[in-house]
Design a protein around this ligand. Structure first.
Ligand code: WQD
Length: 342
């Protein structure tokens, strides 16, 4: 019997892409998601891509009783990938208690059930946000974490600490935190992708919605940073590449290849691109009009960050391979398919 992986938040953006990659690698998948920021139709799209409909349960993982009942129904799970979380930085500043309640309790409830059902493996969605604005670039896993700039970021740092302490106390239980840089793009089928509710906060959905005519104009937040063209620099990673890192991490856990029972890795491309470079690249590769203007800096933004990925490359044997142009085109194809544009 193939191994069964629980993907929390599996109908979400990164979750849905990871479900597809897990299925391709021969895993059985069960999704737990409360659909607070995703859509049940994603299951049809996953089935179209892979030919297999994953099991699905609508569960609020911050609810202990509901989470316990879920595990009673699925007692044979081999590993968990925990994506489900609130992720809007600005909203977290307005609603800190909701962020702490949701993001911390869901992890605690999952870990409690790992002990109850002897599920020994977890991959956790962490974020490069734990580094803040690093003093030295690129950031390695040894780069010190900085105090979080937002409650959202703080939940990621606290969850990492919970995992470290949990693994320290429970030999034989294994966790890997993946610190994502900026995931962008969509599955090449254009059947799944990122679907933000309302006005997008993130750059690439704002670009594709502007190109689709849903937004009038893109605002580029700041052109007076200490970078070559003055706009902020990030490490944009293709979501399918990122999903592949989860499959590698799951195999590492299941095959007991870890060097320590709690590990964390940078998951990026190793290359920093400025907002202006990304915008120009989008225009060049799609040939569409993209009205944009320079606007003031956005509160809370850091100037620049990109990953040193050598630890992930060497230790996991994983490397991001898709070019930014291909990735931006996939984001545009997804936007067009959602909006019915030819
Ligand atoms: C990228 C760059 C903006 C929108 C956030 C979280 C992080 C992570 C990913 C996830 C910045 C600029 C953006 C726009 C712009 N976690 N920008 N105009 O802020 O690097 O990271 O998302 O869930 O934890 O903090 O990503 O895509 O919002 O911004 O100029 O309309 O694009 O200022 O320099 P960010 P982003």
């Amino acid at each position: 019997m193939s191994k069964q992986v629980l993907v929390t938040g599996g109908t979400g953006y990164i979750g849905s892409h990871t479900v597809v990659e897990l299925q391709a690698a021969g895993f059985r998948v069960v999704i737990a998601d409360n659909l607070s920021n995703s859509n049940i139709e994603v299951l049809d799209a996953i089935q179209k891509i892979s030919g297999v409909r994953p099991d699905f349960e609508n569960v609020d993982l911050a609810d202990k009783l509901a989470t316990d009942s879920f595990f009673d129904k699925y007692p044979d799970i081999d590993a968990i990938i925990h994506f489900a979380a609130f992720k809007a930085v600005g909203e977290s500043v307005q609603k800190p208690l909701e962020y702490y309640h949701n993001n911390l309790n869901s992890l605690l409830n999952l870990l409690g059930n790992m002990l109850r059902y002897n599920i020994r493996n977890m991959v956790f969605s962490s974020s490069c946000t734990v580094y803040g604005q690093p003093d030295k670039l690129p950031v390695t896993e040894q780069t010190p974490r900085k105090p979080a700039e937002s409650p959202y970021g703080n939940t990621k740092a606290i969850c990492e600490d919970i995992l470290r302490d949990f693994c320290h106390a429970n030999a034989g239980f294994n966790c890997i935190a993946l610190r994502y840089f900026n995931p962008i793009g969509a599955h090449p089928s254009a059947l799944i992708g990122e679907l933000p509710l309302g006005v997008p906060n993130n750059l690439v959905p704002f670009i594709t919605q502007t190109a689709a005519g849903i937004r009038n104009e893109l605002s580029i937040f700041g052109d007076d940073y200490a970078t070559p063209d003055g706009t902020a620099i990030r490490d944009y990673i293709n979501v399918v590449d990122l999903s592949g890192a989860h499959v590698v991490a799951i195999n590492r856990l299941i095959q007991d290849k870890q060097k320590a029972n709690y590990e964390f890795f940078n998951v990026g491309t190793g290359t920093g691109l400025s907002v202006m470079q990304l915008v120009k690249s989008f225009i060049a590769v799609t040939g569409v009009q993209l009205p944009y203007k320079i606007a003031p800096r956005r509160a809370g933004d850091i100037e620049k960050i990109w990953a040193d990925t050598s630890f992930a490359n060497e230790e996991l044997g994983w490397k991001a391979s898709r070019a930014t142009e291909e990735t931006l085109l996939s984001a545009w194809n997804w936007e067009k398919s959602v909006r019915g544009i030819n």
